[in-house]
Design a protein around this ligand. Structure first.
Ligand code: EPS
Length: 442
């Protein structure tokens, strides 16, 4: 079973990660991993900390001569900022009373974490609960992506909106109104607001094909990792406004996987379901508050006849559309299992009955605004005295939604890799390739 563990504090020496049960013989591309780490550090609205750090992976074990050995992979990502925190983060120096924090920030792990562990300094909680840990997860996801590339599986992610600026939320309310009108409970919504019939996204999502070259370039060139440049200005203006006001911004993120063969995950047990695993991977990312697969919440508003993705078959296997939908990878001419079968819509998000169905896997999630604010807006209480206080102010980001999109993509890659290895087994790449070929080829 593929698994990983992370350790490390935000202002400690660095992050340590162990990946266990990763197959041997996989060629590791350090540049690919470091590029993902760089992307996670970037984005409009990031704070001063990212000017200090230049995250780079340092393998400690499990990779030799550029190839994985099958032994546990461990790696280190250094915190350069540790130099500025040496005294406060030292393993043995006594913690100064006056440096201790007793006022939990609402929305952070501070409150429950301090009470749960019986800690009299919130720093012990915030250091570990910090989203700094996501650097580890991005590196894990990048290693998984490197492996899955051998089977033509690709990943993409984007930011759909920030503070409501971006993909229009009116779509869903219009659909809801239309349904109410049909039920006789409300006036009919204007017809121009009707939802598109086929929709590959969730609640607020769009049909954006993140694997389309133009969209891919747009995301790459966007400081917010947004697929449509016209949304960027409004979103940036919102971030600027939040910065001026000492406030923070959240947003919506989507991540997709293309080329995933039919049958990853299983319908046979609740904890074997691919969508359940993806949801846990994504929901466990700091500040994520919702996870949707495919049409997600929107499914509640669709009729059965509109919601489910009809099944089609094309015998010759080389239809243009099939390439687009990810049924055929560059390396595998035709997936016999799932191969000629295709859908025209993606409301299931590529998962039915907890299993991949050969379509693009699509996940959308909401990130809340970061709970560390630059102005004392939020009320809190001193944990020692019960006294009413304002939440403490600490350097942070105004918006980390673009960074989080890379983390979500990585979380998705881990879940897909987990089930891929479960299905195709094997300790080394060559063995896994044989298993895979036996399943997908004629
Ligand atoms: C974070 C607060 C900020 C972020 C940090 C997460 O750090 P600092 O307190 O040093 O300014 O920059 O994220 C990272 C360091 C990172 O690499 O993503 C928090 O409180 O969660």
């Amino acid at each position: 079973m593929l698994r990983f563990l992370t350790a490390g504090e935000s202002h400690g020496k660095g992050l340590v990660t162990i990946i266990d049960n990763f197959p041997a013989g996989v060629k590791i591309n350090e540049d690919f991993i470091n590029e993902k780490l760089r992307l996670r550090q970037s984005g409009y609205g990031r704070g001063a900390r990212q000017k200090i750090e230049t995250d780079k992976i340092e393998f400690l074990s499990g990779v030799r001569g550029g190839l994985t050995t099958g032994s546990p992979i461990s790696f280190f990502i250094k915190n350069k900022d540790y130099e500025n925190w040496r005294d406060r983060m030292d393993a043995f120096k006594p913690v100064q009373e006056e440096s201790k924090i007793h006022t939990p920030r609402p929305g952070h792990a501070d409150f429950a974490g301090s009470i749960k562990f019986g800690l009299d300094d919130i720093r012990n909680v915030l250091e570990r609960s910090s989203a700094r840990e996501t650097a580890s997860r991005v590196a894990v996801g990048a290693v998984c992506q490197i492996f899955l590339k051998n089977f033509g599986i690709e990943f993409a992610s984007a930011v759909l909106s920030i503070g409501g600026a971006g993909i229009d939320a009116a779509q869903i309310s219009a659909l809801g109104k239309e349904r109410q009108a049909e039920n006789g409970s409300e006036e009919k919504a204007p017809s121009e607001k009707k939802m598109p019939e086929s929709n590959c996204g969730a609640f607020f999502s769009s049909d954006a094909n993140l694997f389309d070259e133009t969209i891919r370039q747009n995301i790459e060139n966007s400081e917010l990792r947004m697929p449509y440049p016209e949304h960027e200005e409004k979103a940036k203006a919102f971030i600027d406004k939040m910065k001026t006001e000492g406030d923070t911004a959240g947003g919506l993120i989507t991540a997709k996987a293309k080329g995933v063969p039919v049958g990853l995950g299983s319908f046979t047990q609740w904890d074997e379901k691919l969508d359940a695993h993806i949801s846990m991977s994504v929901m466990s990312i700091q500040a994520i508050k919702s996870v949707e697969i495919g049409a997600g919440v929107k499914s509640a508003y669709l009729k059965g006849s509109e919601c489910h993705d009809s099944i089609y078959y094309n015998d010759n296997g080389d239809s243009d559309n099939k390439e687009q939908r990810g049924l055929i990878s560059n390396q595998t001419p035709l997936f016999k299992v799932g191969g000629g079968f295709y859908r025209k819509t993606g409301n299931a998000g590529g998962i039915e009955g907890g299993m991949s169905n050969g379509e693009i896997i699509s996940v959308t999630c909401a990130m809340k605004p970061i709970p560390t604010l630059m102005k004392p807006y939020l009320d809190t209480v001193d944990l020692n005295t019960g006294e009413a206080k304002k939440a403490f102010l600490e350097r942070s980001d105004v918006c980390a939604v673009p960074a989080a999109s890379i983390v979500v993509e990585s979380a998705l890659a881990f879940s897909i890799c987990y089930f891929f290895l479960k299905k195709f087994g094997g300790d080394g790449l060559a063995e896994i390739k044989r298993n895979y070929d036996g399943y997908v080829k004629k």
